[in-house]
Design a protein around this ligand. Sequence first.
Ligand SMILES: *Cc1c(COP(=O)(O)O)cnc(C)c1O
Length: 313
Amino acid sequence: MVFSYADVRAAVPTVSRHLPPTPMWSYPVLNAAVGATVHVKHENTQPVGAFKARGALNLLASSPGRGTVTYSTGNHAQSMAWASHLFDTPCTVVMPAGANPGKVAAVRAWGATVVLTGDVLADAEAHAVELARETGQLLVSPGDTPQLPAGVGTLYVEVLTAHPDLDAIVVPVGSGTGAAAAAVVVEALAPRCEVIAVQSSASPAAHDSWRSGSPCTRPNRTRVEGLATGRGYDLPQQILRKHLTDFVLVSDARITEAQRLLATSAHTLAEGAGAAALAALLEFPDRFAGREVAVICTGGNASPAELAELAVP
Ligand SMILES: *Cc1c(COP(=O)(O)O)cnc(C)c1O
């Protein structure tokens, strides 16, 4: 069930057929604020506003036809809906009842069926398992499906092709597939580059799973959607245990500060998860001082509540 760098290489032509490389820019005002040379990888410019488009595209390209059932707080849902639309395949997404209305509308607009149920992702997961059993459609776990991180790995091929001598890449984590993809590609292309994962201290399941050496469950209280998971996932954890340099935690308040900084100094509207990597640089400035660092702006789908909070200093 794991994936390798060979799977990422195999995904490159599939992904590049439908998605051009995303821009990666460095901004002097941002660099001055952080005290490091920061390269912002703009996955917020994907057609669904998040990096997960790459993984869904790779999955649907390799297993089209019978239709999928999945569960998500938002960006995985949009990505599955978008890729299913591209391959003309039915897609059902189960989301928590309180999901970001903008993300729900976007999923529906790509033609997927949305089922809203329960308070948290675990409720949506249970319902999706049931639906897949009833319909015979493929159940897609956002955390444990190897084609997803294999597709996401193409992002890190782009990063290291543009800047082969980076000192570190900082990646926000929910389930950990994005960080696992980074770790696999960095190991193959730039083994001296550090890969540093970041999670919200209000939802530390992946962080605590990595520190303790086995997947565990934890309170899930962050307001940052893409990072809101209550358990560690086996597949990414297996890879992170071998290849990750370090895993840090930041507060939700620090993430909001990083969102503001991206808005004012990098012309970028990031959702909270998309600003979490930069938040790690703000939280641990000494660790990154004077170094060459890529931060992955993983998404730009800020909710109305997040947008309102950004406007209040
Ligand atoms: C899903 C998501 C993450 C976390 O990625 P994982 O692969 O689940 O760890 C980070 N940022 C955004 C915008 C996301 O949608």
